[in-house]
Each structure stands twice: as C-alpha cells, then as structure tokens.
Design a protein around this ligand. Structure first.
Ligand SMILES: [Zn+2]
Ligand SMILES: [Zn+2]
Length: 351
C-alpha cells in the first residue's frame, strides 16, 4: 500500500465478526451543498446490525450510494430535532419504503421539556402531514413499510436506551440551545463508539466518552470564517459558533480530555481553505489521531487497528437490487379510489 491512497468500494469486502465500520453520510452545516449533506452517520457492526444516527437533509443520497438494502437498517437514532439532523425523515420513511423495506421503521429519539418538543410528536406530525403521500402508495407498496415504531426516551437521563443483540446504546444530555438534545455512546463487542450530535463542550460528554475507540464530536467553522465568508454579524457568529456549537479551539480541549483512539470532527464546511485554520485551532490542545470528516469517509474499527478511507460510490443507483422475493410477496392493502369523473377521462382506461 505504501503512500497510495486507500479507497473503500462498498459491497466488495466482508465486515469481520469483530469489526465496526462507521461511514459519514452527512458532515456539513444546516445548508445542504452537493459536496456535504446535513448530519448523518452509519454504524455497521460485525453481528449484522446497522444503525443510522441522525438523518439530516440530503444525507439519504449518501446512504443509497452505498447500496445497502433499507431492510437491513436495524434502527435510526436522532440526537435532536433540528432539520439538519432529522430533515430527511420523509426519505428515511417513504424512500426506504418505496426502496424495498417490508418491516416497520424503527426510530429512537429524545423527549423534550413538553410533549410538543419530543421525537414522538415530531414523527407523528410528519406522518400526518404526509397522509396524501402514504395513503396513495397503499396497495402498491407493502403495508408493513408504512408503519413507524417510535421509541421516545427521557432526554434528562443518563442511561441505556437500547440493549439488544449484544449492542448497548446509552444516551446522555447534550447542551445545545434548549432542553432536549442528547449524545450517544454505543458499546459492542468491547468496542466503544461515541457520537456528540450538536453540543457545546460539556462535562456530560467528557464523562460519558471515556474509553472511546471512535469518537465523533461536532465542531463548527471558526467565528472569523462565519463573519468573513457568510456575512454574519459578529454577535451572531459568536452565538452560533461558540454558544450553540463547539468552536475548533474548544473542540481540541474536549478531545484532549477524552483522548479517544481516533477522533473525528464534523459539522463545518470542510474546504481546502477552511480546514487548515480549524485543524490549527484543534491542535492547540489535542495531538492525538484526528480526522476532519468529509461525506463518505469510512472508518473501520477493530481492537487492533483503525483505518480511515474514502468511499468510492456510484451515483445512479437502483434500490433493492436483490431482495425481490420478499418485496413481491409482502401484503398490499387496497388503495384509495379516485372520483369517477376523474377516472372516466382516462385515454386508455385501466380502472
Ligand atoms: Zn442543532
Ligand atoms: Zn446541527
């Protein structure tokens, strides 16, 4: 291999039984651009489980590029209800359904200070607003795929929210603008993955991230970059870059307190002319392994080794390339019938 850049070609290598693979599906800010979708991360485990943490706008295009059957996603986890973390809900729900999912969508997320700020409310209202969409697909798509199983948990608690198949997921509060956001710690087979979601530096994170093999922490563009490149007034730039999010300099301090085997930072515009300043600020305090995430960056984690690569993916993918029998056989209920006066004007009558 030597100095040659290694790439990851999806579906060409088997995940080892003791291996974890984490793929960046979205690493940018609340502004979708073609090179960086909003926040989302895929965690694949050697036991067959696959989890998606956050599903920000645009990120599902990166998921589908990996050509993983939607049916194979064990569960989705939301850190909080900002659109740059849950904005692709319609794709996660309906895109995956049209794409071959024949079981209910399983989704975990935090409560809020009142029911209307919680994950259950978010999901049910999204579903309600999409009623024309989903009811018109019934009869054509499997009934089971329309269902969503929501697990809302108490955002104030530090504790286990998922424990199945040897995978334990713990949630703990994140400090981000208002009550509700959380971060996650996943433990499986002696490996630990920690994901911050959006947060300012917090003791919750430092305490619960200890011993992390792979640690993903949010980090925003510098205040100077926000002012100079997007015209933010200084007060807003400081508010967004340091009070709602973690600045690169403070991010370095958090990483130095946790000392993970591999640190990954995301949630900033990662360009050739912004990354050096961000890395310089992080390096004021942290000198351990560090990756500045890009979309479709891939981390393979075992007890012995962590590798970082970029995925090479096709752009014109088709869903459900292989699971045809199950998809064909799934039950489809009767669809709604349109008014007769509309149907009667069909040029080539089908019904
Ligand atoms: Zn947020
Ligand atoms: Zn965010």
């Amino acid at each position: 291999m030597g100095s040659q850049r290694d790439y990851f070609y999806p579906n060409t290598e088997q995940l080892a039984a003791d291996e974890m693979r984490v793929t960046a599906l979205g690493t940018g800010r609340p502004f979708v651009r073609r090179g960086q979708a909003n926040c989302s991360w895929l965690i694949e485990l050697g036991n067959g489980d696959k989890f998606v943490m956050d599903f920000g706008s645009g990120s599902q295009a990166n998921f589908t590029a990996l050509e993983i059957p939607h049916q194979d996603v064990t569960a989705y986890f939301a850190t909080h209800l900002h659109a740059d973390h849950v904005g692709d809900f319609a794709q996660v729900w309906i895109g995956s359904w049209a794409g071959g999912r024949v079981k209910p969508l399983v989704l975990y997320g935090p409560s809020g200070p009142e029911p209307k700020y919680g994950t259950e409310h978010f999901v049910r209202k999204q579903m309600e607003s999409l009623v024309w969409d989903t009811e018109t697909r019934l009869g054509l798509l499997p009934d089971a795929g329309a269902e969503v199983e929501v697990h809302e948990f108490d955002f104030t608690r530090i504790g286990v929210v998922y424990d199945r198949n040897g995978v334990v997921l713990k949630s703990f509060p994140a400090i981000h603008i208002y009550d509700g956001p959380v971060s996650y710690r996943l433990e499986w087979n002696g490996l630990t993955f920690v994901f911050s979601g959006d947060t300012t530096p917090s003791q919750f994170f430092v305490d619960n991230a200890q011993g992390a093999d792979l640690l993903i922490h949010e980090c925003f563009n510098t205040v100077k970059q926000l002012i100079e490149r997007s015209g933010y007034p200084e007060k807003s730039a400081i508010g967004i870059g340091t009070m709602a999010h973690t600045s690169p300099e403070e991010c370095g301090k958090v990483l130095a307190l946790v000392k993970p085997r591999q640190a990954v930072v995301y949630h900033f515009f990662n360009d050739f002319d912004t990354a050096p300043e961000i890395e310089r600020d992080i390096r004021k305090s942290y000198d351990g392994p560090l990756a500045l995430a890009q979309d479709l960056m891939v981390f393979n984690v075992t007890k012995d080794r962590i590798t970082t690569r970029l995925a090479v993916t096709p752009t014109l993918v088709w869903p459900n390339k292989e699971r045809h029998d199950e998809f064909r056989a799934a039950t489809r209920a009767k669809k709604p019938t349109m008014s007769r006066w509309l149907a009667d004007k069909q040029l080539f009558p089908k019904f």
